[in-house]
Design a protein around this ligand. Structure first.
Ligand SMILES: O=C(O)CCC(=O)C(=O)O
Length: 231
């Protein structure tokens, strides 16, 4: 936890931080077992609804070092709301365009001017909330494998999370005028990131498994009548 406290200032400024060797090896093994039991045969870049599908991931999200890091960052009891497995392999190797993570899972639709568009992702209702909600979230990328630049590590535009929800012109300006930081990681590392940070990843040149469990935590309630979903 000391490492988290030390990097919290950088995290606030940059919108991301690499936390080295924070998940013990046996827990990584358990997560890998859960992931591999849940994963279907079809190669796909992202496997959604991992909180719903996999009890060991749900338990990990609610009680591990990840929960404590999210609590430290958000300053309140964090609510795990979404888990997605990202992998790149020879059969499923893809470029992730520069983007912000703008959608959250919700249980029910409550029409409100500041919420929308609405969508269904893998059977779960999602909506784009205002920036104020996204600013009170953190995503933790749990590295189940090492992930180097050559196998498509995530890259960030530092500080871009402070500009709110970007329109396409703003996004292009930030992308074209700033030097991205590639964030390689080892098995057991966690990359903490704000959903609003501009991020991307390249096609892997040496595709090997680079399984990343992407866990999203909420730190605030939604407006009356609207409830966080679980995905
Ligand atoms: O794991 C990656 O390369 C990034 C995937 C991602 O963040 C996304 O698709 O939102």
């Amino acid at each position: 936890m000391q490492q988290v406290l030390q990097t919290l200032t950088d995290f606030r400024r940059d919108g991301f931080a690499l936390l080295k060797a924070v998940v013990p090896a046996p827990q990584i093994e358990q997560l890998i077992d859960g992931v591999e039991e849940t994963r279907n045969e079809k190669a796909a870049p992202g496997l959604r609804n991992m909180l719903k599908r996999c009890s060991s991931i749900r338990t990990f999200a609610n009680s591990s070092v990840a929960f404590r890091i999210a609590e430290e960052i958000l300053g309140v009891a964090p609510l795990p709301v979404r888990a997605i497995l990202f992998d790149k392999t020879p059969a499923s190797n893809w470029y992730v365009t520069w983007h912000q993570d703008l959608n959250i899972p919700v249980k029910n639709r409550v029409d409100s001017e500041r919420y929308g568009p609405w969508s269904i992702k893998d059977g779960i209702l999602h909506v784009q909330p205002p920036a104020s909600i996204l600013e009170q979230m953190v995503s933790l990328r749990i590295h189940l494998d090492a992930c180097s630049e050559a196998n498509g590590a995530i890259k960030f535009i530092p500080g871009s999370h402070l500009a709110g929800i970007l329109d396409p012109d703003q996004l292009g300006q930030l992308r074209d005028n700033h030097v991205p930081v590639v964030c390689s990681a080892e098995r057991g590392d966690i990359i903490a990131m704000r959903p609003l940070i501009l991020h991307s990843s390249n096609v892997a040149e040496t595709p090997d498994h680079r399984r990343v469990l992407h866990l999203e935590y909420a730190g605030t309630a939604l407006p009356p009548g609207m409830e966080w979903g679980e995905a």
